[in-house]
Design a protein around this ligand. Structure first.
Ligand code: IVH
Length: 680
């Protein structure tokens, strides 16, 4: 065991995460299955190590820390679990062309010949919630919801109540995580709602919500009383992969006892896959469960592996969504909302109407040009649509009148009365009040604590509003001083010792937190979650990013980061140029102390090196070669400079090769490069 005094914060956080996972696994093995995997002494050593690290880094104590567990609560309902393998989401396609482009992308990435078929599987996209079922030695030991893809909720006891989910498997490998969708059939949903109504219980808006509400229950006997079902669509960790293709794997899983959705089909070509889409589309209304599209997957597992993933979605799968569902209703009012960056967004309040199983009462109107385009006014009849998870929108004004004066542009912010202006060349109108605008302040705080950012449990919109009003929290860094108000807070209505201490602990748990989420939480324009991660990955820490953004060659340094263009780079520079932002970041760095970036890439001879690919690569595509380099810890750059360590040159390499030779940079062929990859 490493001496905690010699650990960096990032190492400590990482080790604590692993210990939490490992100890929980041993707890379950010991208490739930009477089948311990390690000796008591080894178990105690893990607990002691956890304790020693926590003593050295008290602000890193995790919500799911073993030190917080009083004894072992048998499969404690809805505690958090870290997935052994991330649960991914899917990229969406909305047209046949999108699907053809997906296959073309796969071909390019894998450098396939024109005549090489790309076999796909096609199957319905079920509108439920995904669930990972972990079997060890053929026994169900853990069921978890997807959560944020990395951490989900433990729903083991609940999953055991679902008839479609086998408790034991015959002939399964040692470790097998089965992934699929928990859903409720339409008919069961209707009768559940009827029963709920009679009993004065909660009425669910649609089968998906009913499934989620029933499955994510603290009390598994409630789940047992709800008619839930399960369809398998994939797998996570698996100790031995028994088959070579997706279709064979699905058939194998079916053989183990997992239900597979109707219409699952292996398709030799994209045309065949699109025919399945059309077939499922026309069967949709008559199916006994809700679906919202068709999922295609590359059949060959070796190709899936090479294709890998981008952000949170695999490159080898695609969701082809069905067109949006539409309805007509009355637009009762147009109101203006002020966003985090001061953007004024008009929203339409509707006469509530059902669209595709959901009651809709608000639509986004995007911006004022959109209102002009439809010549919208309160009182108009409108056609609206919703597509999947996106906010419903107006597609047509049924009372359209061309001669109407356009809806007036706001001159002042409805929240703080500061001047509202449209920036040169932009359609958006913004409040100029900055942080004096209560709406902006509120939205920024909400964003900072949101799930994709700092994810502070228990600090919801209502509490933020309360603390803003009390003047305790005006900016994100104040969140970390909330403890000073503990006694006052305890005296307030609606707060008990437990809720106050839980909130303060949730805040403390975010000291030393992930730097990418921290950066995303700052709400810099154009810096989304993925860009934020790319930035901290490139610079190592938020402080180093700030230094780069304030340097003489800031633009050059920033655009050098993969995925960062000039607009993003300029936004980052502008942000750190503002003294009040720097002041706030300094306070945050002191109080929240985000960790440095820890990479998950391999340590190889190429780690830290800069590699440029040029010319035609024959057996891998440029994108795959870059991904290989990144996995080996190297940086793939676009142009040759004195900082380049290696140029991989295929046939037809021109100026880059000359430049590299001129600079005395090492040059390799594609074949030599692939040998390096194989070595890593
Ligand atoms: S595959 C790595 N197949 O859709 C691919 N997902 O939008 C992971 N879903 O989180 C998913 N039906 O909950 C897959 N036949 C299907 C699906 C399906 C529904 C859900 C799943 C996933 C979400 C992504």
């Amino acid at each position: 065991m490493t001496d905690p005094a010699k650990m960096t914060e990032a190492e400590a956080a990482n080790r604590l995460m692993r210990l939490a996972r490992e100890i929980a696994r041993h707890d379950a093995a010991y208490h739930d299955r009477d089948d311990p995997e390690i000796s008591d002494a080894d178990y105690d050593a893990l607990v002691a190590e956890n304790k020693a690290i926590e003593a050295a880094f008290p602000h890193l104590v995790r919500d799911d820390s073993p030190s917080k567990k009083v004894g072992h609560v048998p499969s404690s309902p809805l505690s958090k679990v870290t997935h052994a393998q991330a649960m991914l989401s899917l990229d969406n396609a909305f047209s046949d062309d999108d699907v053809r482009e997906f296959v073309a992308r796969v071909r390019r990435f894998l450098s396939l010949n024109e005549d090489e078929p790309v076999v796909l599987t096609a199957e319905p996209k079920i509108d439920g919630l995904s669930c990972s079922l972990r079997y060890e030695g053929g026994k169900l030991v853990l069921a978890a919801t997807r959560g944020d893809g990395t951490v989900g909720e433990d729903v083991t006891a609940n999953a055991r109540t679902i008839g479609d989910i086998p408790e034991t498997l015959k002939g399964a490998p040692d470790v097998l995580e089965v992934r699929g969708e928990v859903y409720m059939a339409k008919e069961d949903f209707a009768s559940l709602n009827a029963r709920q109504e009679e009993a004065g219980g909660k009425i669910f808006a649609n089968p998906r919500n009913a499934a989620a509400g029933s499955f994510r229950q603290k009390d598994a006997s409630v789940t047992a009383s709800r008619p839930l079902r399960f369809y398998v669509h994939g797998w996570g960790e698996i100790s031995a992969v028994p088959r070579d293709t997706q279709a064979q794997m699905v058939a194998w899983l079916e053989g183990l006892g997992f239900p597979v959705a109707d219409y699952f089909k292996r398709c030799e070509s994209v045309d065949e896959a699109l025919a399945v889409y059309a077939e499922i589309g026309s069967a949709r209304a008559g199916l006994s469960y809700d679906i919202d599209g068709v999922v295609y997957k590359v059949d060959r597992l070796d190709w899936q592996e090479r294709l890998g993933k981008v952000a949170k979605a695999p490159r080898w799968a695609l969701a082809h969504k069905f067109p949006a569902e539409q309805a007509e209703t009355t637009l009762n009012a147009i109101e203006i909302q002020v966003g985090r960056t001061g953007k004024l967004t008009p929203v339409g309040r509707l006469e509530p109407v059902g669209v595709g199983g959901v009651i809709v009462s608000n639509v986004t109107l995007h911006n004022f040009d959109e209102i002009d385009r439809h010549r919208l006014r309160a009182g108009d009849r409108v056609k609206i649509q919703r597509a999947g998870d996106v906010i419903p929108q107006v597609v047509e004004n049924l009372d359209y009148d061309d001669s109407r004066e356009p809806y007036p542009r706001p001159q002042a912010c409805p929240e703080c009365d500061s001047e509202a202006v449209a920036e040169e060349g932009e359609v958006d109108i913004r409040c100029t009040g900055g942080l004096i605008c209560p709406a902006q302040r509120f939205e920024r705080l909400k964003h900072f604590v949101s799930r994709g950012a700092m994810d502070i449990d228990g600090l919801g919109a209502k509490s933020i509003e309360e603390f803003l009003e009390l003047g305790w929290i005006r900016k994100p860094s104040d969140i970390f001083t909330l403890r000073e108000h503990r006694d006052e807070l305890l005296a307030r209505e609606g707060w008990q010792e437990k809720s106050v201490d839980n909130l303060l602990a949730a805040i403390d748990a975010r000291r030393g937190f992930d730097p990418g989420r921290f950066l995303f939480g700052l709400g810099i324009r154009h810096v989304g979650a993925v860009t934020a991660k790319d930035l901290v990955k490139a610079f190592g820490s938020v402080a180093a990013l700030e230094e780069a953004a304030r340097s003489d060659n800031a633009l050059e340094q920033l655009v050098n980061v993969d995925g960062v263009g000039e607009v993003v780079a300029q936004a980052v520079i502008d942000f750190f140029h503002e003294p009040h932002n720097r002041e706030e970041v300094a306070l945050l760095l002191k109080r929240a102390a985000p960790a440095d970036y820890v990479s998950d890439v391999q340590d190889t001879a190429w780690s830290g090196k800069t590699i440029v690919f040029t010319g035609k690569l024959e057996s891998v595509s440029r994108d795959e070669a870059k991904a290989q380099a990144e996995r080996m810890g190297a940086k793939a750059a676009g142009s040759v400079s004195s900082k380049t360590d290696l140029l991989v040159a295929g046939p037809g390499a021109g100026s880059k090769l000359k430049k590299a030779q001129g600079l005395g940079i090492q040059v390799m062929s594609e074949e030599e490069w692939l040998a390096e990859v194989a070595k890593a």
